[in-house]
Write a protein that binds this ligand. Structure first.
Ligand SMILES: [Zn+2]
Length: 286
């Protein structure tokens, strides 16, 4: 029963959230970089707070109750490093594949240095009018990047759910539900970032929105993995929470914040991050 409801909640958070962003992007045709920047850094702040104040520190409480060994903090750090490293390596290969694509396309359609530059930086949410095929590729690259990072985001939701005792009432409270909402909301600007280049690149609106929604599907798989692993015993829960936390920290530090600052070079994304951390703290504290 819990698996079914968690799948449903993460489907709404992942697929509906991202798809909604895709639809907003299709209607607006272009994203407002400044608003997307603020939304992404605010969401990054909330995620950071939930990871640090809740997910990473929860096993310490269990340790104080005597249910986990005294070296638990070392296990947590090792799991966080593992999660960070796995997403880092996966991203490295995606970047490599992307650069292949750049040279391949460049060889077929001689492009200006500007075009090439645009293509290389295409995953930084930039929208340009020239060169439709470049935009199309940018949209596809964005889509695979978002799909990949949705897997650890789903794991965070699932592992957080494993923290709370079983019972349907607990599915709609606690850190699992908070993460599902926060991740669902931040999927909206991410969905916009996928559908806008796809549509500008020539794809039909409905197809683009459906493909964008599809990139949210790994959230559901991640959640099921996180929930299953976390449910085995206290130590597995600690390891999977740590792993999901590390993966999430990569998404925050390696993707969301650099993107937010690239989109709007001002002090405001930092302020938005700061407010996000405080909001996340309040969400966890109550
Ligand atoms: Zn995300």
């Amino acid at each position: 029963m819990n698996y079914l409801i968690i799948s449903l909640i993460t489907f709404i958070s992942g697929v509906i959230g991202t798809g909604l962003g895709g639809a907003v992007g299709a209607v607006l045709k272009r994203e407002s970089n400044k608003i997307v920047s603020l939304l992404l850094s605010f969401a990054a702040g909330i995620m950071l707070a939930v990871v640090c104040f809740d997910l990473m520190s929860e096993p310490l409480e269990t340790m104080k109750e005597g249910l986990l060994p005294s070296y638990t903090p070392i296990i947590i750090v090792a799991a966080v490093v593992g999660g960070y490293a796995v997403v880092y390596v996966l991203n490295y290969f995606i970047d490599k594949a992307t650069n292949h694509e750049v040279t391949h396309i460049d060889a077929n359609h001689p492009a200006t240095a500007d075009d090439l530059d645009e293509l290389i930086h295409s995953n930084h949410y930039e929208t340009h009018k020239n060169s439709k095929s470049n935009l199309f590729v940018a949209g596809l690259v964005m889509m695979s990047a978002i799909a990949l990072h949705n897997l650890p985001e789903g794991m965070v939701i699932g592992a957080s759910y494993a923290l709370t005792p079983d019972g349907v009432a607990n599915l709609f409270s606690g850190s699992g539900f908070i993460m599902a909402i926060v991740i669902g909301l931040h999927n909206v600007p991410e969905g916009m970032a996928v559908s806008v280049p796809l549509i500008s690149g020539g794809m039909g609106k409905i197809k683009a929105v459906l493909l964008t929604a599809l990139s949210g599907l790994p959230t559901v798989f991640g959640a099921l993995i996180g929930y299953a692993l976390g449910g085995i015993n206290e130590m597995m829960l600690t390891v999977s929470l740590g792993f999901a936390s590390g993966a999430m920290l990569y998404v925050v530090f390696g993707e969301l914040l650099p993107e937010a600052i690239l989109m709007w070079k001002s002090k405001l994304p930092a302020l938005s991050l700061f407010l996000g951390v405080l909001t996340g703290f309040l969400l966890v504290a109550f």
